[in-house]
Design a protein around this ligand. Structure first.
Ligand SMILES: Nc1ncnc2c1ncn2[C@@H]1O[C@H](COP(=O)(O)OP(=O)(O)OP(=O)(O)O)[C@@H](O)[C@H]1O
Ligand SMILES: [Mg+2]
Length: 244
């Protein structure tokens, strides 16, 4: 079976200190249709690993393959087409309405003249459809700066989904949300995984939620993978290391 994501011996070109690269010979594989959570303390390298997977991190060594295609400057457009990314903190433009933020997920993909003259009608329809499916039908034209944290996360999910990616990378989509809103966002990710067979990699800081939703956990510590396995005994094994 071909992997959805394969990271082989990744080492970042920049380092935390002279002796320690941010990602230190990372090897990990994500299978198609898997729901994997990525855990680790602040600064462990989780966001850097997700950003590396979409080709935003300069590497000193290592190989990344997305659906079997090796990522190089020449294949980047192709490999990114399969990936949707939800950045830590949402990365939304507060002054723009929800729908415009969702359409921003298209900017790298459409020719400039198309975005200059406005997004094609079918894209606007898709953005409205996504926001509606995520329960934001009443917030479509509202500035995202005026939305609640949970609503903003859902806008960020819609933006990550506008390219219909096969793989969704979600960096801390529930941090700062209350228990109910966090569950709602996790349920949305779970539904995408179960109903559309989407591959999901999600960064979490909550061992109980990781065990409840993910099939597998990868734990990073100081830029290295220290655990890669099932979520059965996560809390017993790692609550001390992660000091949760
Ligand atoms: N562009 C960069 N240049 C130099 N150092 C960086 C850069 N980005 C991140 N770092 C450093 O790399 C380390 C890992 O950062 P990263 O954001 O990947 O951690 P994280 O596991 O996502 O942490 P958190 O849980 O706080 O989000 C940190 O020490 C950080 O300061
Ligand atoms: Mg992070």
């Amino acid at each position: 079976m071909q992997s959805a994501i394969e990271c082989e011996n990744l080492e970042t070109a920049y380092a935390v200190s002279l002796s320690r690269p941010i990602l230190n010979r990372i090897n990990c594989t994500i299978n198609p249709g898997e729901f994997v959570c990525l855990l680790g303390l602040n600064g462990a390298g989780k966001s850097t690993l997700l950003r590396a997977m979409i080709g935003l991190v300069p590497l000193k060594q290592g190989v990344i393959r997305i659906n079997g295609v090796t990522m190089t400057p020449r294949t980047l457009t192709q490999t990114r087409r399969d990936l949707g990314m939800l950045f830590q903190g949402g990365g939304l433009i507060r002054q723009l309405p929800a729908i415009e933020n969702v359409l921003c997920g298209r900017l790298g993909e459409l020719p400039t003249w198309k975005t200059f003259w406005g997004f094609p009608k079918q894209d606007r329809r898709l953005a409205i459809d996504l926001l509606t499916r995520l329960g934001l039908q009443d917030q479509i034209y509202q500035k995202t700066g005026q939305l609640s944290g949970g609503q903003q996360q859902r806008v960020a999910i819609a933006r990550a989904l506008i390219q219909s990616p096969k793989i969704l990378l979600a960096d801390e989509p529930i941090t700062g949300l209350d228990v109910m809103a966090a569950r709602q966002v996790m349920d949305i990710l779970s539904k995408l995984h179960q109903e559309q067979g989407m591959t999901v990699v999600v960064v979490l800081h909550d061992l109980a939620l990781a065990a409840a939703y993910a099939q597998r956990a990868i734990i990073l510590d100081a830029g290295r993978v220290v655990y890669d396995g099932n979520c059965d005994r996560l809390h017993d094994q790692f609550s001390q290391l992660l000091s949760y």
